[in-house]
Design a protein around this ligand. Structure first.
Ligand SMILES: Nc1nc2c(ncn2[C@@H]2O[C@H](COP(=O)(O)OP(=O)(O)OP(=O)(O)O)[C@@H](O)[C@H]2O)c(=O)[nH]1
Ligand SMILES: [Mg+2]
Length: 233
């Protein structure tokens, strides 16, 4: 039987980018579509509602908190998280759902690092964000992965089975949510797949993922995950 699918849009002040790509979103690829918003003040919520998209608020700021809200609210078997700021290729949404189902994966990540993929920094000589991402990803693989190498443990563009995500027990509010989910999937020996994706530049608005605080949050979490060993909570 086909798994039911939820497309979850994650927004925080994305009114500049969102209207530029909304019509390209493959809404018909999902049985359920809703947004989780971090408290936008720029008309993002009103825009989504004018398009008929249900918008959920969150008790606290942060992407991790938004993931929890989505997991509690979704009625579907699989959730695909999509951030409408321009970075993510809308056509990859159905590919993520299809890969998860065809290969019986618990999680499928849209990888910016594997063969055939493109990272935002790939045309620069100096690629600090990519290199730091690759280092965190390498450590997760070496420490916990018993399956095929996962080339991008951090990208938020991903599809996950709701019950597998629940088993991971990821209770964090911030940007580290995706890395933690990937680590916990590895710890539990769940099946992680990838598709190659092309990362595009932002279409407007501003990133809130500042490098230093995010790096510190990742390092702390990595140390904590090492200290708790193979446990997930
Ligand atoms: N629901 C929700 N979404 C958020 C929150 N913070 C950020 N987002 C969204 O998450 C996505 C990724 O955040 P960005 O700030 O773009 O981070 P980034 O993609 O690493 O940075 P760029 O490469 O500059 O785009 C965007 O769609 C944001 O609107 C939040 O607290 N709640
Ligand atoms: Mg972004």
């Amino acid at each position: 039987m086909r798994l039911s699918r939820a497309l979850v849009l994650l927004t925080f002040n994305e009114i500049e980018a969102l209207p530029k790509l909304f019509d390209r979103l493959p809404l018909s690829a999902a049985d359920e579509v809703f947004a989780v918003d971090g408290g936008s003040k720029d008309g993002t919520v009103e825009y989504l509602e004018s398009k008929g998209v249900r918008v959920l608020g969150q008790p606290r700021r942060g992407r991790g908190c938004a993931f929890s809200v989505a997991l509690d609210a979704a009625k579907s078997d699989v959730l695909c998280f999509y951030s409408p700021d321009g970075n993510e290729e809308p056509d990859d949404v159905p590919r993520l759902f299809e890969k998860l189902e065809a290969d019986g994966c618990d999680l499928v990540v849209a990888s910016r690092m594997c063969r055939g993929a493109r990272n935002e920094e790939d045309d620069q000589v100096f690629k600090p964000r990519k290199w730091v991402n690759l280092a965190f990803t390498f450590l997760a693989n070496v420490l916990w992965n018993r399956g095929p190498y996962v080339s991008d443990t951090i990208n938020g563009f991903r599809a996950v089975r709701a019950d597998s995500f629940r088993r991971c027990d990821c209770r964090v509010d911030g940007f580290v949510i995706e890395y933690l989910m990937s680590i916990r999937m590895m710890k539990l020996g769940l099946r992680v797949g990838e598709i190659a994706t092309q990362e595009h530049p932002r279409l407007g608005g501003q990133s809130t993922a500042h490098s230093w605080p995010t790096g510190v949050e990742f390092t702390r979490r990595l140390v904590r995950e090492i200290l708790i060993g193979r446990r997930v909570a």
